[in-house]
Design a protein around this ligand. Sequence first.
Ligand SMILES: *Cc1c(COP(=O)(O)O)cnc(C)c1O
Length: 390
Amino acid sequence: MKGRKLLMIPGPIEFEPEVLQAMSIPTPSHVAPNFIACFGHCLEMMRKVWLCPDGQPFIVAGSGTLAMDLAGANLIEPGDQALVVSSGYFGQRFAHLLRRYGAEGDILEAAPGELVPLEQVEAALAAKNYKLMTFTHVDTSTGVRTDAQALGALGQQYNTLTILDGVCSVAGERIHQQEWGIDVVLTASQKAISVPPGLALLVVSPRAMQAWQQRRSPVGNYYADWHNWLPIMQAYEDRKPAYFGTPAVNLIMALEVSLKQILAEGMEARFKRHAHIAHAFREAMQALAIMMLPAEKAAAANTLTAAFYPEGVDGNQFRAAVSQAGVIIAGGLLADLKSQYFRVGHMGPVNQNDLLATVGAIEAALHHCGYPYDTSAGSKAAKAALLADF
Ligand SMILES: *Cc1c(COP(=O)(O)O)cnc(C)c1O
């Protein structure tokens, strides 16, 4: 395809042809035996991808924000205390969402590109009895990754439920939900899960299911209420027909294909591939003297990179030139810094060729924008990093 452009934004991403093919199969009934088997199989595979053998998976039609809503609506009752650990745009969204269900509590907000220090989170947990704590694994607005394992451990230590917004991390960044003691890990189909947009996906721990069962008030959202969805998930896993709301049949067939591909690669290999590709991309940016948002290298995400436009380079002109060179990248998302930085997604089926094409397009755009430095240094650095053992 000569006119093809590579979609390198933090979701939706490039999808595998086999996944897209499943989207075009004539739609079966949502209670056809083959579809029941497919749905049940997806639920079983989610436990393996999430590394949460005892968790309860949910698949509901909607975007990642619905996955956040499913967690918030079911676990918050009016007056509950919640702690939001925010490292950008999506942390703030979680705070708004929880407040809508009557939560009270606090938000710990990191400066752009930084993390809330663990000591600060621990001090907050020690000072007040929070029912739950949310944190964004990778905040897609900043490219910063929080220490999910440490926050999961704090949630266990202080008997606080933990909700991890993994929309930009599940199946890309390392997560051992059960071992790390995280109660809800939620995501959406269009990011590292590698299926077109439209599915909210989450896995819930027995501890959180128990907290939900002990609610004293009805769930404040009809569509999101687990009372409606849990029997459906259980029926599909038992390979029995059930109905509450019509499932997104073709998307779920595509999800089965993608989850199979993810497990065939293996979680360990997948985490490592993402880390290697991300490392190579950052090496390229550094060689081009482009500054990245994450203040610390160790906190830079493996699923996307957020970087500042170099001085003197106009953002709109730069992104248009990258597109002209065949690659679509994203602009900024944080309101205050929006015009100063860009974001590149590198998750899901992304391979070395995609990465080199992206670095090449960025170099071409820098050249086009009159960048006064060597604009081939990025490709060289990326290649060296990809060839090196990792
Ligand atoms: C994309 C994203 C969301 C929102 O997902 P939608 O599918 O756009 O509703 C939430 N949190 C994070 C971390 C994201 O990257």
